[in-house]
Design a protein around this ligand. Structure first.
Ligand SMILES: [Zn+2]
Length: 209
């Protein structure tokens, strides 16, 4: 009698385990599909915006984009003059560090030469800055890269710029999905762009996104 009851209990435990594993499998398939979907939307979003968008702007608009970008990541931003006096277009400040920026909105074929680096070197001296950066929608010539290395000027080309802007935009972009908790079955709304591990609102189970 006692043995019979134990067997029944064991069967129940095994069945519960099998069912849980099935739920977990379905859950993981669901996450995989939704993750792929969110990643695709994110890539499309990035392609639509950023560089393609920046390529279409004029120099002043490019400076403004940079201004908003650096403000958003906590810098105080000051423009010098419209013409970019003494090789510096923007001065950005954070934690007592003052950085001079020269913005070159060039087409991709038109590379930035070492004149831009020479100018920012003078700008750093003129405005008494800690660092100088040249940021472009294009790339740099070898001579520009060599001089920048010697003078400790930071060069940000279109590829670095794209990465910088993408990081910034990730804060603003959202994509929500509803996922079922495999533990308790409750539906949870999760931002697939920002969240890596969500917690079920009911049972607190961690859900890897
Ligand atoms: Zn749950």
């Amino acid at each position: 009698m006692e043995q019979h009851k134990l067997d029944e209990e064991n069967i129940e435990i095994t069945m519960a385990r099998v069912k849980r594993e099935e739920r977990l499998q379905r859950h993981q398939d669901e996450i995989r599909k939704k993750r792929a979907h969110a990643d695709r939307l994110w890539r499309e979003h990035i392609q639509r915006s950023n560089i393609d968008y920046i390529d279409k702007m004029n120099g002043i608009e490019f400076e403004n984009i940079l201004k908003y970008f650096f403000e958003n990541i906590g810098y105080r931003v000051r423009t010098t003059t419209v013409s970019g006096d003494q090789g510096v277009d923007l001065i950005i400040e954070k934690e007592n560090k003052r950085i001079g920026l020269q913005a070159k909105r060039y087409s991709e074929k038109n590379r930035v030469g070492n004149k831009a680096v020479q100018e920012i070197i003078s700008g750093v001296v003129f405005y008494d800055l800690n660092e100088g950066w040249v940021i472009t929608t294009s790339t740099f010539t070898d001579a520009a890269v060599q001089l920048a290395e010697k003078a400790k000027i930071q060069l940000i080309d279109r590829y670095k710029l794209k990465t910088l802007l993408a990081k910034q935009q990730k804060k603003q972009f959202e994509h929500w999905e509803v996922i079922t908790c495999y533990e308790c079955g409750v539906l949870n709304r999760v931002d697939f762009i920002k969240v890596k591990i969500a917690k079920c609102g009911k049972c607190g189970m961690g859900i890897d996104i």
